[in-house]
Design a protein. Structure first.
Lengths: 87, 150, 150, 87
């Protein structure tokens, strides 16, 4: 069964993608963050270039920091952003 | 409760509100982070602060609560701005009150160190030589790691 | 230059004056010491602060200068009251500005620790059970000793 | 030759002596702080009681912290006070 999720982008990721979010329907074969990243990277430029730098990208699921192996569920809000630089 | 806002804040008014009606506080330590007009050799015209609404408030409130618990603070408060900031404007205010000054210093320092590695803010400098997203500093990770409980 | 005064000071106005016209400051750490309305089990009605005019200013200016040198501060300021203070009034304000927050925290902490063992002020509590000159605390000597240069 | 000095008292020392200062003429036999303290203690009550607690008393000469062995000179301002408790 397909799952609908919201994906948010911040800082240089947002700048390079030229957008702040995507609505993504996950195929049944994609169950975690790593799978989502592979799916996004396959969308071609500029996604491929952005997600090639995944060592510079953090992820949050429903506003909590998460790991690449963390599972995704329908309705999740997944955010990709660089290491933070506030304060 | 932490606050995230685009508007400038008044350090004096915030200090007054933080201590208002309290005659049990021993000492208050505050940290104010300011925007500078240079970065390396370049002139900075303005600083842009992006954040992740919702997650930001959650993280800042977590940091306040953690500081109160870990350092037995009487009160803790974080105020952080987003949007466009001009040089010399305040970016962040962190306040910690405790019966003894060591706890107030440590609690305040902990909050700003943790904020710098956990709160979802991103700075972009608009400079004489272009606009640049800042990179996170390894020194900030080291500073935050100091506070990890053994 | 340090200031010694009987009048209350406005933390916000002092912060504004301290940072006025500066777009090169990275962070400012402040310590405010407050009067409490209790001491052990007794109620404190007022706090009396005596000082040694002349020597006080000299010592506070020395502490400011020492902090600027030792921690490479961009600015340092101490304001200390004397006379009669009521509960919740501010006794002392110490501010330190530096390019990086660690220096500002250390510089501010150093100044209040040194002030507590070097500046000629004496506190007398007017309490529900009488009036008492406070005794110096061994913990303050230990706190100041931490900053001695190796 | 006799030397005139000013002696200041603070905090409980002032309270117990009931005064803030003395003008003292030092005899030639008194050359340092320790000698001055002995001279003051000989003035009887309440000086004797106050200066019996000399381990609780600090001294400054001309507004600089000093030691008991430090020499005195004509015109000096000598201050006796307890360990400080400001801040």
């Amino acid at each position: 069964m397909d799952q609908q999720i919201t994906v948010l982008y911040f800082a240089w990721i947002k700048s390079e993608l030229g957008k702040t979010s995507d609505q993504i329907t996950l195929p049944a074969s994609v169950g975690d963050v790593a799978g989502l990243v592979s799916l996004l990277a396959k969308k071609g430029s500029p996604y491929a270039e952005v997600f090639a730098r995944r060592d510079k990208i953090w992820v949050a699921i429903n506003q909590n920091r998460a790991e690449w192996a963390q599972p995704l569920h329908a309705g999740d809000e997944v955010a990709f952003f660089p290491p933070v630089t506030g304060g | 409760m932490a606050r995230v806002q685009a508007e400038m804040f008044d350090v004096g008014a915030e200090f007054a509100a933080f201590t208002h009606g309290r005659s049990d506080l021993g000492g208050v330590v505050s940290f104010v982070g300011l925007t500078r007009d240079f970065s390396g050799d370049a002139t900075v015209h303005k600083l842009e602060l992006e954040h992740y609404p919702g997650m930001t408030e959650r993280q800042l409130n977590d940091i306040e609560r953690q500081a109160v618990t870990q350092f037995t603070l009487q009160a803790a408060k974080i105020i952080h701005r987003y949007g466009i900031l001009l040089p010399s404007e305040a970016i962040v205010l962190v306040m910690a009150a405790a019966p003894h000054r060591a706890a107030a210093f440590e609690g305040c320092w902990f909050m700003i160190d943790w904020l710098k590695t956990k709160a979802p803010f991103w700075k972009r400098e608009h400079r004489s030589d272009g606009s640049f997203w800042l990179e996170a500093k390894a020194s900030d990770d080291l500073a935050a790691a100091r506070w990890a409980r053994g």
